[in-house]
Design a protein around this ligand. Sequence first.
Ligand code: P53
Length: 487
Amino acid sequence: MKKLNFPKSFLWGGATSAAQIEGAWNIDGKSLTLPEIQPFIELKDKSDLSKLHNERNIIFKNALEGKFEGHYPKRFGIDFYHRYKEDIALFKEAGMNIFRMSISWARIFPNAFDEKPNLNGLKFYRDVFEECKKNNMEIMVTMSHFDYPFELMKSNPKGWLDPKVKELFLKYAKTILDEYADIVKYWLPFNEINIGAFAVEAGLGIMPDSKRTEAETKELSIKGLHNLFVAQAEIVKYAKKFKNIKLGCMMADMTTYSLDCNPVNVLANMKREQILKFMFYDVMIKGKYPGYFKNIVKTLTNKEITFDENELKLLKENPLEFISFSYYMSNTVSTDPNQEKTQGNLTSAGKNPFLKATDWGWQIDPIGLRYVLNQLWDRYEVPLFISENGIGVLETLNEENAVNDDYRIDYLSKHIEQIDLALKDGVDVFGYTMWTPIDLVSASTCEMAKRYGLIFVDYDDYHNGTGNRYPKKSFNWFKEFIKTKEI
Ligand code: P53
């Protein structure tokens, strides 16, 4: 056993999102969100998501015509809406002192253009937050976690390219800040902004169009991303009046290495980091687009895109205070078109011969977490927070209603050990919320079978089951770890 030296103030907890846990999709006035029109599709090969990507246009077409067939897992989640007290009690029992969750925009403003917020929605989140506080937990809220309202896509087909959408989002953001700034200390405006902006339909709420070219799609992403940045800066500006809250950015840290020491690959990896990571962090933390941004835009869209001077000024004056990021895996980069591939965060990515992968092809790399923590601290010098990290595995309950998930204990303890080493390196990292404290519906595949939790939830992919909660072996391990800080 090794004793780790985490500071007393370090935040330990779990992360979730509304569309993946709440259920109650049409209860108390809530309207549909985009994840709730995504039907369940069986995957034979778990690490090949092309089947899901190919069906995307048909899914939107059906939904827009009001045709809903099959099962829609994110409408049901794990019924957190009705069972949150039980869940929060379990998180507390595990020793957690922070809970990350998201608020669903469609629960607060169900018809997009509502003048007043839905009081039932406001009450639900107030009740959940109070429950957290009763259990001595801090709260981190994501304002938008991959759950754009479906009604808004229908009424405003240009999504985040329509200034009206930004205005409505700001209204929503200000409403929840006014409502909960007294109880919620940490706020993340957009989940994984670098993934959201490049999913033009699901992330930016832009109506699908099968005729759109690759370059046109990228243009929408760049312009949409800019609008997200501006909205975020406006939220930071507005939030200055609340003294006790902190706002952070949230990125999928798409960690990559050069496959080898061939300089062409080293350079290709650097370029990839600029395009997938640094150009985002630079805008949100340094407050300005990096010098190479122009070239990236030209490469992606074949165009020059310029932004409004006042908006650039707003970005400069209102950076985020801390960085949060998700970290699940790392991948490699090579210029060889025949490079061996595995499944990455979004598309396929380069294999690393030194790493093992999960069933979904995500390469497990604890040392990569220390590497990223150092890299981000060196470049930005703002406090860091790991807002997601975990492992998805196929699991079933054994005869004792338990799951012996030693692989999860191994995954989490090895990553936590690397955070400890990063702290010793001198990095300012102040918390860790694992993905997840409790099994929930997968974001990318809608599977319940891809389980991440310390707590097993008795639902299958079709929402059959009792929904009962059963702590896994990793739950007891975590509880012990929190007490002893030994791994
Ligand atoms: P799932 C990859 C693909 C999709 C979403 O993912 C992702 C990632 C990881 O970078 O982001 C986060 O459920 C996301 C969560 C999500 C989690 O990764 O597809 O913020 O909502 O559940 C895990 O296995």
